[in-house]
Design a protein around this ligand. Structure first.
Ligand SMILES: Cc1cc2nc3c(=O)[nH]c(=O)nc-3n(C[C@H](O)[C@H](O)[C@H](O)COP(=O)(O)OP(=O)(O)OC[C@H]3O[C@@H](n4cnc5c(N)ncnc54)[C@H](O)[C@@H]3O)c2cc1C
Length: 385
């Protein structure tokens, strides 16, 4: 199999680290819906979560292909980076739009692991995909913003010190476009948790440590405003390509895991006195999943190439995310079918990964919204909303 190459030392290092967190570890976390703290700590200690933070701020100063390689290898090994992947892209909001003081204050502490920036508060129960209609407000009084409202699906909030929060600072009625008047605050949750900030876990079909959070006049120092007031939507958008690329890399890692798992099982499993892999009815779906994965991987590589050359590859990053999510979901379905009844047994890990990978059809952006982007922004079809 000719897989993606590049960043070989990093890939090898991540693979080695992952051997300390075998399938049994992930199975137990899944069963208990427990946060994989030891894994995240090990990844932080080894510096992998600081890969994209510039060296001046204590990180490794690597480019996005390194971040993608790290996340892909975690997923390919059977693990799940959802517990910590957001730090790679939420950090980018501070890096690109924060002031020098904010960068000096936060990035080195994030790089060392002293502070965790895992929470990203954008989605709300009533606004959903329509981010511009979000209702959480931040009202400024003197040197303090007071935040009121609610977010949902704020993953890892219980395991994070900081949160990148998008909220409305100018009322809907006073802005030309509903995406204007939104601002990004960097919230230090340690100071407000269980006071003006309430976090409630949401149990989901896979282990994801996601939550809903409530703000009751939560104070945030005005110095924690990222960039300019009212331009927050643009700042969040500017991080989307990186997010799409990194999530696509996770999907590619999962697709490889499913393909390898299916090929290995099919070669070992004997039915009618021969390995089931000798039947083309079993071989072809595995080969097809491989072809689909490779095509998605090429698109991911193209998105990374353009991103690293300083372009804004909205089209390619969206394509890579959608094709990789589709490829991994198709590989999951194939792998479960190849395993027959055993695919449903916990100890084979297929059903766990099957549940985990389904998410990427919906989050962090749903397939429909990517198709809408391609239709309207790439193909020039009329706007539908
Ligand atoms: C486990 C999990 C973790 C998450 N983590 C985070 C997080 O950390 N931070 C955060 O801010 N958000 C997070 N999200 C939220 C996630 O980004 C949203 O669920 C996703 O963007 C879809 O929004 P929604 O669920 O509100 O769906 P809705 O917007 O209610 O949409 C429902 C369905 O309708 C479709 N749809 C909506 N409008 C259109 C249209 N115009 N045309 C065609 N189809 C349409 C959508 O594609 C979707 O399939 C998470 C979600 C989950 C499930």
């Amino acid at each position: 199999m000719r897989y993606e190459t590049g960043n070989e030392d990093i890939r090898e290092g991540v693979r080695r680290l992952c051997t300390d967190f075998p399938d049994a570890y992930w199975r137990q976390c899944d069963r208990e819906q427990a946060y994989p703290k030891d894994f995240v700590d090990a990844l932080t200690k080894a510096g992998y979560l600081a890969a994209l933070i510039p060296q001046d701020y204590g990180g490794s100063g690597l480019t996005i292909s390194a971040g993608a390689a790290i996340l892909e290898e975690i997923h390919r090994s059977g693990g799940n980076a959802a517990a910590c992947h957001a730090q790679m892209y939420t950090m980018g909001t501070v890096l690109r739009h924060g002031s020098d003081e904010q960068k000096k204050a936060y990035l080195p502490a994030i790089a060392s692991g002293e502070l965790r920036l895992q929470a990203f508060g954008v989605t709300e129960p009533t606004s959903g995909t329509d981010t511009g209609s979000l209702r959480t407000t931040a009202r400024r009084e003197g040197d303090t913003y007071f935040v009121n409202g609610q977010k949902i699906w704020t993953s890892r909030a219980e395991h994070s010190d900081l949160m990148v929060l998008l909220c409305r600072t100018t009322p809907h009625e006073e802005v030309a476009k509903k995406t204007d008047g939104l601002s990004v605050l960097l919230v230090d949750m340690r100071e407000v948790r269980d006071k003006s900030l309430t976090i409630r876990p949401i149990r989901t079909m896979m282990n994801h440590s996601t939550t809903e959070i409530f703000f009751d006049n939560m104070p945030v120092p005005a110095e924690n405003l990222i960039g300019e007031e009212g331009k927050g939507f643009r700042y969040i958008l500017s991080g989307m390509n990186a997010e799409r690329i990194l999530i696509a890399a996770e999907c590619i890692g999962d697709a490889k895991w499913f393909i390898e798992k299916a090929a290995s099982y099919a070669s070992d499993r004997v039915v009618f006195d021969r390995p089931i892999a000798r039947n083309q009815g079993i071989q072809f779906p595995i080969a097809k999943a491989y072809a689909q994965m490779r095509a998605a991987e090429l698109m991911l590589r193209e998105a990374i190439r353009l991103y690293e050359a300083g372009n804004n590859p909205g089209e390619e990053a969206n394509l890579a995310k959608m094709l990789a999510a589709d490829a991994s979901w198709a590989a999951a379905e194939m792998c479960l079918q190849t395993h027959g009844g055993f695919g449903f047994a916990e100890e084979y890990d297929v059903e766990r990964k099957f549940r985990e990978i389904r998410l990427y059809q919906v989050a962090p952006i749903s397939t429909n919204l990517i198709l809408s982007y391609l239709a309207e922004h790439v193909l020039g079809l009329p706007r539908s909303f």
